[in-house]
Design a protein around this ligand. Structure first.
Ligand SMILES: Nc1ncnc2c1ncn2[C@@H]1O[C@H](COP(=O)(O)OP(=O)(O)OP(=O)(O)O)[C@@H](O)[C@H]1O
Length: 301
């Protein structure tokens, strides 16, 4: 899948501002970003549900709008709202979608795997949010798609369903299926994604594998608890510093021994009352927050 310079506008709002990205086959790509960052709009362009205002999209080598009918049977799409036939029973819905496909997965297997067996005779609208979500996932997968779009697939799911979903996604990838998912769960992205795209206000803020995004030599996150509201001028000239909450300072970047001494020396020189210091390697969540936080200032911004 390849998109180039895609722009999506809603009236005066530009939701996607010239995004380019490519998703190689057989990999899981996670699209991250705050509410309103433009993830769903971008997904809709790839799915052929929305025509971009500028730019191009190629999905499995096809134009998702002009070749929509040929493309759809090869895609699995799980929508945030999910609802398909609210009056039909869960089992009927899944078997119906299986009957549309040339080589479906076994719907009975999916009912069992996703814990839906006891709801097979329950109408969609009577299912709980998490059960609807599980059925929507099953519907997206039952046609044995080559490429799957999952918009917040595990939102509202309980822990067990979330783990089953992760396993299913890993099995899909092992079978060579490509997956493009959005999520607000950074641990989900870190566990599943081969590639990550972080969006901020309709633009790509960073891309890479989770390892690339979190990699740095030495200690890469130093957290210092001290007086709140310190004037960070001076420190920010040398390091990326965020006051993550009042009195909690996160200093990120590859920090060697000298840099650590500099940072603590700065707090000492500022006469700040330091009550705790800890260090660790960065997680994807740290990278995400430092790229999307409004309050981040400093050298690496
Ligand atoms: N149909 C629409 N009409 C007008 N504005 C819209 C429409 N759909 C989305 N937007 C706006 O476009 C921007 C991007 O929305 P989008 O749904 O793509 O974001 P998102 O990253 O998927 O957010 P979320 O994480 O909340 O699902 C937002 O500011 C949103 O309010």
């Amino acid at each position: 899948m390849e998109i180039r310079d895609v722009v999506v506008r809603y009236g005066d709002t530009t939701a996607v501002k010239g995004v380019s990205l490519s998703a190689p086959r057989g990999r899981v790509l996670a699209l991250l970003g705050h509410n309103g960052a433009g993830k769903t709009s971008l997904l809709q362009v790839c799915e052929g549900f929305r025509s971009p205002d500028a730019g191009t999209a190629r999905v499995l080598g096809m134009d998702p709008i002009a070749e929509h009918d040929a493309l759809m049977p090869r895609l699995g799409i799980m929508l945030q709202s999910g609802g398909v036939y609210p009056w039909a029973a869960a089992g009927e819905i899944l078997r119906l979608f299986a009957s549309f496909a040339a080589h479906p997965l076994d719907p009975e297997m999916l009912l069992d795997r996703l814990g839906l067996r006891k709801f097979e005779k329950t109408r969609f609208r009577r299912l709980s949010g998490g059960e609807q979500q599980r059925l929507s996932l099953a519907v997206a997968l039952v046609g044995r798609p080559e490429l799957v779009f999952l918009d917040e697939p595990t939102a509202g799911m309980d822990t067990e369903a979330r783990h089953t979903t992760w396993q299913l996604i890993e099995e899909l990838r092992a079978d060579g299926v490509s997956v493009l998912l959005t999520t607000h769960l950074l641990d989900e992205a870190e566990r599943l994604a081969d590639d990550v795209v972080i969006m901020r206000s309709g633009e790509v803020a960073a891309t890479g594998t989770p390892a690339e995004l979190t990699a740095a030599a030495g200690i890469d996150l130093l957290e210092v608890r001290a007086d709140p509201g310190l004037d960070l001028t001076g420190l920010t000239a040398l390091h990326q510093v965020t006051e993550t909450s009042p009195g909690e300072y996160a200093i990120t970047g590859a920090l060697d021994t000298r840099a650590l001494a500099d940072v603590l020396g700065w707090f000492a020189a500022a006469d700040a009352h330091v009550t705790a210091v800890s260090s660790r390697r960065r997680t994807l969540e740290d990278v995400y927050l430092s790229l999307t936080s409004q309050h981040t200032v400093g050298a690496a911004q």
